[in-house]
Design a protein around this ligand. Structure first.
Ligand SMILES: Cc1cc2nc3c(=O)[nH]c(=O)nc-3n(C[C@H](O)[C@H](O)[C@H](O)COP(=O)(O)OP(=O)(O)OC[C@H]3O[C@@H](n4cnc5c(N)ncnc54)[C@H](O)[C@@H]3O)c2cc1C
Length: 453
């Protein structure tokens, strides 16, 4: 403890239970654990010294950014040193020639977006936790969000990384060369590694053009099949399409009650799709033309001004918050091929009530990627049974048990539904190579085994 205090300063080693508490429980309130202490370094050098001290003492570390992760990967399993990267907030000037920027791991997504926009560019990833989610966490989870359709997930934005390995050594590759075939791609390996291979301290990020002409459509449809017909029409006819999100009638009711929002349409409908187009010239006419020619549209409302767009997005983006306000949910984030999407959606509610009769299932997601967020409220003591039933159903639909949130602690028992024994073995060998003592995020991502999972 004394050594850690000497490295970061006594005020940045939190041992008091009240000070530790906000770091020890996750955003959903479902995952909680006790940390030996919370350490808050401010520089890469301090991170390296803390990690080296823990390695010398054989003390495990749990890595945390904004603590908005939804699979329990950033909270302690019990007794680890919790390493918070939130103070690594350096943000270099935007490199306009390369359209890139270097950001500290603790920079929030919102700060990064504002920084890029002030320089006439934009950042390709966006998600509702933008005010708290950090660059390091986004990389470690390979976060997706609402713009994957256009720009890909986090790994597509990463051109370089600086990270501290489990022994405290620093690897740095921040030049961001567009072409660089000189061996293993460590930055890409760290994308989606969930803090199990290294501690990310800085990231070199690709930026995208700033598109200020935006149009959002909220479209009512008869169900999931109709939503896919609408998506096909939008992909076909709208080259500026940048988001396509789905939610359902029960989710809308929950959101409206939570946020006091007006009904978007005179009538209720089974499902709703949010489409957004972004371009340099106003895409509204193209959106209206596509909507008027698409039989799947039951009703639609369109906005191109900032306030109107935010009003329509709120119906979708308030879902996570409204669900959390209704109770501690079992949150599952899955994806299936689009051809399987309607069947998955149709079977999910009964799959859940078969094992947890009192439970309610609220679905919403990123329809373009066949990514459904399955939120189960009132599961009581049946949380594990619900996860098992839903993830088994997803595997039977040729899907992934984690589309974008990661495996964390929540989904470790089910990893083998999405990854073969040979793949898990290869992952273990990578882990053993970079973290032979199993000190980084034990219990996260990999099932127990050797080194400590
Ligand atoms: C309202 C809401 C909406 C969300 N929407 C989306 C969405 O649309 N798409 C999506 O993908 N996710 C979404 N999320 C989940 C979450 O925001 C992302 O997973 C995000 O990437 C987590 O970032 P964080 O900084 O909060 O990471 P944390 O929660 O602190 O950590 C997440 C994981 O990354 C590891 N980690 C964190 N920082 C580092 C680092 N510097 N080095 C190494 N490992 C690290 C942690 O150990 C943990 O395993 C949402 C969450 C909320 C609350």
């Amino acid at each position: 403890m004394k050594e850690l205090q000497e490295i970061v300063g006594a005020s940045h080693v939190l041992v008091d239970p009240d000070l530790r508490a906000p770091y020890e429980t996750d955003w959903t309130g479902r995952f909680t654990g006790r940390a030996a202490c919370v350490v808050r370094p401010a520089t890469t050098g301090e991170v390296a010294a803390v990690v080296a001290a823990c390695a010398k003492a054989g003390t495990a570390i749990v890595v945390q950014g904004g603590n908005t992760g939804l699979v329990g990967g950033a909270v302690p399993g019990g007794g680890e040193v919790l390493l918070s990267l939130a103070r690594l907030r350096d943000l270099d000037p935007v490199d306009r020639l390369e359209s890139q920027v270097t950001a500290g791991a603790g920079v929030t997504l919102e700060t990064l977006q504002e920084h890029a926009r002030a320089a006439g560019l934009d950042f390709g990833v966006d998600l509702a936790a933008r005010s708290a989610a950090t660059v390091g966490g986004l990389v470690a989870t390979n976060a997706g969000g609402i713009r994957v359709l256009r720009y890909g997930s986090m790994r597509s934005q990463v051109t370089g990384i600086e990270a501290v390995l489990a022994d405290g050594s620093v690897v740095s590759r921040l030049t961001g060369l567009a072409k660089d075939n000189t061996g293993y791609d460590l930055p890409q390996l760290l994308c989606g590694s969930e803090g199990t291979l290294a501690v990310v301290t800085k990231v070199r990020l690709r930026l995208v053009p700033l598109l200020t002409a935006r149009t959002v459509a909220l479209v009512a449809v008869a169900g999931t099949e109709a939503a896919l017909d609408l998506l096909a029409a939008a992909r076909d006819r709208l080259p500026a399409l940048s988001a396509a999100e789905i939610f359902y009638a029960d989710g809308l009711s929950l959101v409206r009650a939570h946020a006091g929002l007006a009904a978007p349409f005179p009538d209720d409908h089974p499902a709703y799709v949010v489409l957004e187009c972004a371009a340099r010239v106003d895409p509204t006419d193209d959106v209206l033309e596509m909507l008027s020619g698409c039989d799947a549209v039951a009703d639609a409302t369109v906005a191109s001004d900032a306030a109107g767009r935010a009003r329509l997005w709120a119906y979708r983006e308030t879902h996570t918050e409204a669900i959390n306000a209704a109770g501690v949910p079992v949150k599952l984030d899955v994806s299936v091929p689009l051809a399987e999407f309607p069947s998955l959606v149709a079977r999910l509610p009964a799959t859940v009530t078969d094992v947890a009769p009192a439970a309610r299932t609220v679905l919403f997601g990123h329809v373009n990627e066949g990514n459904m967020h399955v939120n189960v409220l009132d599961a009581g003591d049946r949380a594990e049974a619900v996860s098992d039933a839903v993830l088994t159903l997803v595997a039977a639909h040729r899907g992934s048990i984690s589309s974008e949130h990661g495996v964390g602690r929540a989904k470790v028992p089910w990893l083998a539904l999405s990854r073969s024994a040979a793949e898990i073995d290869a992952m273990r060998r990578i882990k053993a190579g970079l973290d032979p003592a199993g000190l980084l995020n034990p219990g996260v991502l990999l099932p127990p085994g050797s080194p400590r999972g």
